[in-house]
Design a protein around this ligand. Structure first.
Ligand code: SAM
Length: 471
């Protein structure tokens, strides 16, 4: 039976409830009065239930769809301003004992060169990432208790935080590794990770079991209940995601929102982020073999509906998507993007982009400098900020600040100060010029005179070599 508060996967992601939700959405997809009511509720910026949001996603009326897009854009502006947080993935190991049919790291793939970074190599990768200007990483690894045990992951996190190269530093390490035990989550929390990210891949249990025919990831309940164990283990911020293309997108969307409602109901805090990856071509993976691929148009509609349904949850889009699509979707509510990414183990030290250990083909192959330049030219502030996590503003503390609107007083100046660091230490001449103008203009927008003065002072001190200021 459906119960958002239950700790059993099949209760909080209840199949019948999703089917009923989809039937309700179908019945009401042209019910303009109800759609207007839901849009009005969304305007209060307190979120929507999975049923309400599913009606919006099913809506076929072009005028109403435009209204949803406009609202998504407005909510993004209200909560995230024109800031976009930058990060990069760091692939530690592609050893894997699972058999996910969409992933080239699957254990049956004998042609995949297997590689695991030594601590020395982690250091070299991190220096390469620091030299690009990154401050925030998401570490990625296959699941293999012998080759990549939790101790290995912890060693890597420790190494990453230790490395200080020139003015560089990685200030936040997010972790995307397979579902694990409360004890291991506690070790990750103690190691000072930022967000624990785990994609559900699909919420449809039957499909899930077929798509993960063997290995520990086959266990739907263990995977789906992982975020509860992570929170129980002391991790405040968790990131959800669905791999779009595996099952029907409307089913996944309802499941994703039910998962968010469940976390809020049980732990008092919803997901910190939601990722929206789509299946990509990779070694022995052909995305056209999957029946449920979604068009760019539907993809944008999903992003807009997520934005209005969970306004306080960050939304992440990776380099799986092209520059053109990223430009379109960012305005609908994306708050974080990766830049200059390499999805192969050890890829950042290579001059040429290597493909032999790559997890998927990257569509946006621009350098971080090119992405930063492009974002600023499109009116966004690329932010390298990691302050909330370092100031202990995580979990419910972050959410309550966010809901009170207070967070804006920190995020905007922090974004400008971290962008300034980037411009001085890493940017090309052209990017620096665009950035300096942008910072000057944006500083004037700070309404609190004390904050404005302090931000200006800090930025002046950066010119004299000081770094790492934050509110
Ligand atoms: N092995 C861990 C796990 O199972 O959760 C870590 C995650 S894996 C390195 C990162 C994510 O990449 C997966 O959760 C999956 O959604 C995504 N992925 C796998 N194959 C992909 C493909 N062909 N195209 C796009 N994304 C893919």
């Amino acid at each position: 039976m459906y119960d958002a508060k239950s700790l059993r996967a099949e209760d909080f992601i209840n199949h019948q409830e999703i089917l009923d939700t989809l039937a309700y959405a179908d019945e009401n997809k042209n019910n303009i009065a109800l759609i207007d009511e839901i849009i009005e509720k969304a305007k209060e910026r307190k979120g929507l239930t999975h049923r309400e949001a599913s009606v919006l996603l099913a809506c076929e009326n072009q005028e109403k769809i435009e209204e949803i897009y406009d609202l998504a854009e407005q909510i993004k502006k209200d909560f995230y301003g024109n800031r976009i947080v930058m990060f990069a993935p760091l692939y530690l190991s592609n050893y894997c004992i699972n058999q996910c049919v969409y992933c080239p790291y699957h254990a049956q793939n004998r042609d995949m060169a297997r590689k695991k970074l030594t601590q020395k190599e982690v250091e070299q990768e991190v220096i390469a990432l620091q030299n690009m200007g990154h401050k925030r990483l998401a570490i990625e690894a296959g699941e293999d208790p012998i080759n990549n045990p939790i101790e290995y992951i912890l060693d890597c996190i420790h190494t990453i935080y230790q490395i200080k190269h020139k003015n560089g530093a990685i200030r936040r390490v997010n972790v995307n590794i397979a579902a694990t035990t409360i004890e291991n989550y506690r070790k990750l929390a103690d190691a000072g990770i930022g967000t624990y990210i785990l994609f559900q891949e699909t919420y449809h249990k039957e499909s899930y079991e077929k798509l993960h025919p063997a290995g520990p990831k086959h266990d739907y309940a263990y995977h789906t209940e992982a975020m509860d164990r992570a929170m129980e283990g002391g991790i405040d911020d968790v990131g959800l995601g669905v791999l779009f293309g595996l099952d029907k997108y409307r089913y996944e969307f309802a499941g994703l929102l039910m998962h968010a409602e469940h976390l809020e109901a049980v732990h008092g805090v919803g997901p910190h982020t939601i990722s929206v990856p789509r299946i990509k071509r990779a070694a022995d993976i052909d995305p056209t073999q999957f029946d449920n691929g979604i068009s760019d148009e539907i993809f944008c509609k999903i992003a807009a509906c997520i934005r209005v349904a969970v306004p306080y949850t960050g939304m992440i889009i990776s380099t799986r998507e092209s520059a053109e699509l990223r430009e379109k979707i960012i305005r609908l509510g994306v708050s974080q993007i990766s830049g200059g990414s390499r999805t192969s183990v050890g890829g950042y030290q290579e001059e040429e982009r290597p493909h032999d250990t790559e997890q998927f083909e990257v569509s946006d192959e621009r350098t971080l400098d090119e992405v930063v330049n492009w974002l600023m030219s499109a009116g966004y502030i690329p932010s390298f900020c990691t302050a909330c996590y370092r100031e202990g503003r995580t979990g419910d503390r972050f959410m309550s600040l966010c809901k009170s609107g207070q967070i804006l007083n920190c995020c905007h100046p922090n974004a400008l100060m971290t962008l300034k660091e980037y411009l001085i230490d890493y940017a090309s001449e052209d990017t620096r010029k665009i950035g300096e103008k942008l910072i000057e203009k944006e500083l004037e927008k700070i309404t609190n005179p004390k904050v404005k003065k302090t931000a200006k002072d800090y930025i002046a001190q950066m010119e004299n070599g000081e770094r790492d200021f934050r509110f």
